[in-house]
Design a protein around this ligand. Structure first.
Ligand code: URA
Length: 435
């Protein structure tokens, strides 16, 4: 076998065998397939695609490139949740303590900011002292003791994805359905849970801009999960608007805590209850999503979900005063400027990716892998699609640290929305559930 022949076969639209796919992926991790060969192969896949069987073999090869987590010592069904990436998506910070307070063990491995989208781990590190790098034994102990732990991917899980993702990022091959499906599912499956709820984002702020492609991606991931003997449910959710109002690390933690106190934005709460209810259903804690939602609302209203969040913060070394006085504990920049509406009318469209990029430009994400993030910066989205604004109303409040970064971010935010005389069509947050 030669990489050249495998690249040629895919370039010409051929179907690859399990052996050919494993040869490329495992050979790349071992250094036997070069960067330029892998890049050419990825581009061939980008244009010629992979079918379900090839995507399954690609996922399997990626999992086999590294370690797998064994969660069998934790009693009960383990259900993981994953989002394909959005702007203002702090759902994990709400859903994880919520479902944990219902008795579902939450064993969550999360990522950092990627492209224009934020990452749960960067958000949690806004809480002073919070450790996201727990070793596996401590991580599992925490779940056994308090029912919840959220950590970064410190183990050698799916090294093939780390290497291939970096290459995709540099070669314009990120947004291909079989590459995304195998990247997401390999990490989830190596994480060792029994069932998965996937939040597949669709809209201007998502990797998938169109409903059709998001649906194809969701179905493919559900099928791959099934082939591995796992139960997977996918929710298609809207990303034409940022989720909630806060975008940026500390601001998002603040909004998640407000939501656990019952004072959060409606869209964030609705999505959290939908995903949480599906997790409870998959775990067999509730008989259906409706019963699950009722239980989640009870836990929210009783304050048990908030207490679970506090317990997690304490167990992972964070300053638990964040629960009672988040504005005193979280680093949130007091340097604020506002972006205002230039005319009166309805907000008819938002380029949510641009809003995400503006927040990254303020310093909330990384320009290079080794950069540190600024937890204190971000944007509060005061008006969203469908809202009526008078000329001069505040659309965005921008928390910034450095004047030099502000100019670029403001330019992007100014161009990230349109105002029209006509009200736009109402946006449906939850578009479909694919089982
Ligand atoms: N998230 C991932 O983990 N991988 C992708 O390819 C895209 C989004």
């Amino acid at each position: 076998m030669r990489p050249y022949d495998i690249i040629l076969k895919k370039r010409n639209g051929g179907k690859l065998s399990r052996e050919e796919i494993r040869y490329m992926v495992l050979g790349y991790v071992r250094g036997e397939v070069t960067d330029y060969q892998m890049a050419a192969w990825l581009m061939a896949i980008y244009f010629r695609h992979m079918d379900e069987e090839e995507t399954f073999y690609l996922t399997e090869a990626m999992i086999d490139s590294g370690e797998r987590v064994d969660l069998s010592s934790i009693p009960g069904v383990k259900v993981d949740k994953h989002s394909t990436g959005g702007v203002g998506d702090k759902t994990t910070l709400v859903v994880a303590p919520l479902v944990s307070s219902c008795g579902l063990p939450v064993v969550k491995m999360s990522g950092r900011a990627l492209g224009h989208t934020g990452g749960t781990i960067d958000k949690l590190e806004s809480i002073p002292g919070f450790r996201t790098d727990l070793p596996l034994e401590e991580f599992v102990e925490n779940v056994k003791r308090c029912g919840i732990a959220i950590v970064g991917q410190t183990l050698n899980l799916v090294p093939a994805d780390k290497m291939i993702y970096a290459l995709r990022d540099a070669t314009a091959t990120v947004d291909e359905i079989s590459l995304i499906a195998s990247s997401v599912m390999s990490k989830k499956l190596a994480g060792g849970s029994d069932a998965f709820v996937l939040d597949v984002k669709v809209g201007t702020g998502a990797f998938m801009k169109e409903l059709d492609e998001a649906r194809r991606l969701a179905k493919l991931m559900v099928e791959i999960g099934k082939r591995f003997g796992k139960r997977v449910v996918a929710v298609l959710s809207d990303m034409n608007n940022p989720l909630g109002k806060a975008v940026g690390n500390s601001l998002e933690v603040l909004e998640a805590i407000d939501t656990l106190k019952g004072n959060g934005p409606r869209d964030l709460l609705e999505l959290s209850l939908t995903l949480g209810a599906l997790m409870l259903e998959l775990a067999g804690i509730s008989k259906d999503a409706e019963e699950g939602k009722k239980l989640l609302v009870e836990k929210l209203e009783s304050g048990e979900a908030l207490e679970k969040f506090r317990e997690m913060v304490r167990a992972q070394g964070g300053d638990e005063r964040v629960v009672d006085a988040p504005e005193e504990v979280l680093p949130i920049s007091c340097s604020v400027v506002e972006v205002r509406a230039r005319e009166s009318g309805f907000i008819s469209w938002m380029d949510t990716e641009k809003i995400g990029l503006a927040v990254m430009a303020l310093g909330a994400g990384r320009k290079r892998k080794e950069d540190s993030v600024d937890h204190s910066v971000g944007v509060v989205v005061e008006k969203k699609i469908g809202d009526f604004v008078e000329r001069g109303d505040v659309v965005f409040k921008v928390h910034y640290s450095k004047k030099s970064e502000l100019t670029e971010a403001l330019g992007m935010l100014e161009r990230s929305f349109k105002i029209s005389g006509e009200p736009p069509k109402e946006i449906q947050l939850i578009k479909e559930v694919i089982r």
